[in-house]
Design a protein around this ligand. Structure first.
Ligand SMILES: [Zn+2]
Length: 256
């Protein structure tokens, strides 16, 4: 690590749980963020600022006016532009040596599987059930840790899936047959709730990269912001879960 990096990250390097070894680990890590909206904005900003070496950003949307109350990567001059491009520019202003890979088009299942296999961790910051199920499936198949989050109205949820440890997955908690096909993108949401949930997702992701503390694997953190109650509820692994019931077998990925 050079002198500039030591100075830049000094306030976190002096934390005994991080140190030089932890910072080196973050600088060498790659994380995929799926969804660059209200959750993905704080996730991307915190991971870039903390020194994660490589961020893979996936979002097929463009910036719209009703995004701006909560999606902190964007401003009025970005309206109509692809979110991945604007997010990349914003993150580069924060840190020039951040490595970025942008997926501007919506990803089909094979491309999602390939992208997930190339990172150390995935943060699902999407706003709909089909994407969350697809990202969960890809992470379980590839054995890659996943931090997922959701926010609507005044409430939020965060959890972690550790496929290599056999933890329950998102599908164990939410069955697609029960979940509405549409997501949360048309529901009301308080902007600070997305900032809180995204901040907690970034925190969990950094803890996992550093191997620190207890993760939210096997639990979902429920956040109710009007009463400011937060509590954890256990997620039970479904013995017949079509995604995670069988041991992880890495699929062969062929071709681009
Ligand atoms: Zn499962």
């Amino acid at each position: 690590m050079d002198e500039t990096s030591i100075l830049r990250y000094s306030r976190q390097i002096i934390l005994p749980q991080v140190g030089f070894a932890g910072q080196e680990r973050l600088l060498g890590a790659s994380v995929m963020i799926v969804g660059l909206g209200g959750l993905g904005s704080p996730v991307a900003i915190h991971l870039a600022r903390a020194g994660v070496g490589h961020l893979v950003l996936a979002d097929g949307d463009r910036v719209t006016l009703d995004n701006l109350h909560r999606q902190t990567l964007y401003g009025e001059t970005d309206l109509g532009r692809p979110k991945t491009q604007v997010a990349g520019e914003c993150l580069k202003k924060i840190r020039q040596n951040l490595a970025l890979t942008l997926h501007e088009a919506r990803m089909d299942e094979p491309s999602l599987l390939r992208a997930v296999a190339q990172v150390d961790l995935v943060v699902d910051a999407s706003d709909n059930f089909p994407t969350r199920q697809a990202v969960n499936r890809a992470c379980v198949v590839q054995g890659i840790p996943l931090v997922w989050g959701a926010a609507s109205h005044w409430e939020g949820q965060v959890s972690v899936v550790l496929p290599q440890s056999g933890s329950p997955c998102y599908r164990c908690l939410v069955d697609c047959r029960e979940a509405p096909p549409k997501g949360c993108d048309t529901l009301g949401v308080w902007p600070v709730v997305t900032a809180l949930v995204g901040g907690i997702q970034a925190h969990e992701a950094l803890k996992l990269l550093l191997g620190l503390g207890d993760s939210l694997a096997g639990k979902v953190l429920l956040i109710e912001t009007q009463s400011m109650h937060m509590h954890q509820v256990a997620i039970h692994k479904k013995p017949d879960c079509p995604v995670c019931a069988h041991p992880v077998t890495k699929k062969r990925i062929t071709g681009p």
